[in-house]
Each structure stands twice: as structure tokens, then as C-alpha cells.
Write a protein that binds this ligand. Structure first.
Ligand code: AMP
Ligand code: MG
Length: 279
């Protein structure tokens, strides 16, 4: 199955999120089949990431946005965080600090973008500045409404330098979210994630949906597309994102740099050492 085609938001074809299924299971006959596919795909991602790291020309930025409990952390743990940490970093973006607030909204973001050869994974992102900021009225409309263009220009600048950008919205139903909140309550290891604000956000589900639809509409571009990932099944979420990241890296086609040493000379040095060691 072509997960890119299935989930990409093509410019001018923004879906109504209300009508997009959250519980898709794709081509997988069961959970185990999906997990097997994800494991194999993650291995292939690692090989390509290694080539990109050595090539040191291109880079990859993965943006994750989602309602609470939709699975950003799980996706990072099981898929994106499986890349070699020498070449991959995750950046969580929380409520801005006072020093971050004293700068333009992209200041903290720009510093986290990937250098040549690297992958950055954003757990939340600059898009919060047109999502939570809009829904919670944190700045006036005259301010946030200008940000879509600012974001598109910013991303164009990153692409100009060789950064490929993939943006994922994890699409979960309110029923599945509530069932995950229940599991959090029941599991003491997850109590640190509990947050009364998460319940308040449920009352604004429709406002968030509208804010997300505007993001998809204005900021899903041909070269920095958004994907809407059905996320009620964790295994489908992992498999589809893994597949999209893999296909993207294949297209980027990172190359090992040409060898600039004389292999015969190195072989001779090796033989000499070996002979010396043998006495
Ligand atoms: P979590 O990802 O659950 O740890 O929560 C991080 C919180 O930070 C979320 O409630 C976000 O909405 C909030 N957040 C992230 N970026 C911003 C921002 N630019 N302005 C306001 N709140 C933000
Ligand atoms: Mg949270």
C-alpha cells in the first residue's frame, strides 16, 4: 500500500477532519502483521539514515502534532527514536519560557532544525503558534493570522538548504482519547502525564479541529506536506508513519561519499601491521 498517497494532504484538497476515519487498519490482517512491517521498515530507515549521516548534504525534519494522548510519545519511542542517536534528535516544544516569549515565535524553532546529515523530530512545533495560541486566544487574531505565511516562508528557507520536511497530524477520536486518559489514570507510571488542561481541551475539540484544518489548508505544500494519520490503532499509526518516512528517505537517495584514499595503500599498511604482529 502507498501510505504517502493515502494520507498526504494535497494542496487545495484539505479533508474535513470530521469525515476522516480515525480507526483505519490498512492492508494489515492484524496487529502482529503491522508490527512486523514496522520492524522491517525501521531497519530500512536506519540504513538510509546512516547513508544520509555520512553523506552530510541533506537533512530531514519530522514535525508531530496531535491532540493529547494521540501517541506522539509512542511513535517516537517505537519508530522515530529508533534511528541512530548520533544523527537524530528529538525536540519537545512546551509552553514558551519568558525568554522564548521575548523573541519571535520561530526563534526557539530555528535552533532545533537539523544540520546537514541530521534528523530532527519535533514533538509539537511552530504550529502550536497557530493552534493552541489561536484556540486559547493567547495573542490577537491580527497576530496569529499572519503566521501561516511566515511559517511557509520559514520552511521554504529550510528546504533551500537541503532539508526535507514531513508533517504528521495524528488523528484520534474523542472516544479513543478518553479511553487512553482512563488508562493513564489506572497506571501510576503514567500519572506524570495527567493534566486537568487536557480535559478542558476536549470541550474545544471543534475549535481545535477548525484550527488544524486551517493549518492543513494553508501549510500543506507540495514539498513540505502534511499527512493525516489515523491513530486510534497504535500499530497502524506506527506502520504508516514508518512507511512514509522510509519512502521519503528512498526518494532523497543519500549517497556514500566517494572514497578518497588509495585502497591498495591501506591494504598494504594493514598487511604490514599484521605481519609485524605475527612477529
Ligand atoms: P505536552 O506535549 O503534553 O508535554 O504539553 C506541552 C504543552 O505546551 C501543550 O499543552 C502545548 O499546547 C503547550 N505549548 C506548546 N507550544 C506552545 C506555544 N507556542 N504556546 C503556548 N503553548 C504551547
Ligand atoms: Mg500532555
Amino acid at each position: 500500500m502507498d501510505f504517502v498517497k493515502r494520507h498526504i494532504v494535497s494542496p487545495g484538497k484539505t479533508p474535513h477532519l470530521k469525515t476522516v476515519e480515525t480507526d483505519e487498519s490498512g492492508p494489515f490482517k492484524d496487529k502482529d502483521a503491522a508490527k512486523q512491517f514496522t520492524a522491517e521498515t525501521v531497519d530500512k530507515i536506519r540504513d538510509l539514515q546512516y547513508r544520509m549521516f555520512v553523506e552530510q548534504k541533506q537533512s530531514l525534519l519530522v514535525v508531530l502534532q496531535a491532540p493529547d494522548a494521540a501517541g506522539k510519545d509512542g511513535l517516537i519511542r517505537k519508530v522515530l527514536g529508533q534511528m541512530n542517536p548520533q544523527g537524530c534528535r528529538t525536540y519537545p516544544f512546551k509552553v514558551p519560557s519568558s525568554s522564548e516569549r521575548a523573541h519571535d515565535f520561530l526563534w526557539r524553532i530555528h535552533k532545533a532544525t537539523p544540520a546537514a546529515g541530521m534528523v530532527s523530530v519535533f514533538n509539537r512545533s511552530h504550529y502550536e503558534d497557530v493552534l493552541v495560541v489561536r484556540v486559547e486566544d493567547l495573542v490577537p487574531k491580527s497576530v496569529w493570522s499572519k503566521r501561516y505565511d511566515i511559517i511557509n516562508h520559514f520552511e521554504e528557507g529550510l528546504m533551500e538548504r537541503g532539508t526535507k520536511i514531513l508533517k504528521f497530524y495524528l488523528h484520534i477520536s474523542p472516544e479513543e482519547q478518553l479511553s487512553r486518559f482512563k488508562k493513564r489514570l489506572e497506571n501510576p507510571d503514567k500519572h506524570w502525564k495527567l493534566n486537568v488542561g487536557d480535559y478542558a481541551a476536549r470541550d474545544k475539540w471543534k475549535d481545535y479541529r477548525e484550527a488544524y484544518e486551517e493549518v492543513l489548508d494553508k501549510c500543506s505544500t507540495r514539498d513540505a506536506p502534511w499527512f493525516v494519520i489515523p491513530a486510534d490503532h497504535k500499530w497502524y499509526r506506527d506502520a504508516s508513519v514508518a512507511s512514509i518516512v522510509h519512502d521519503t528517505l528512498v526518494k532523497m537517495d543519500p549517497q556514500m561519499p566517494p572514497v578518497d584514499v588509495d585502497l591498495d595503500e591501506v591494504r598494504q599498511l594493514y598487511e604490514r601491521e599484521l605481519n609485524q604482529q605475527r612477529g
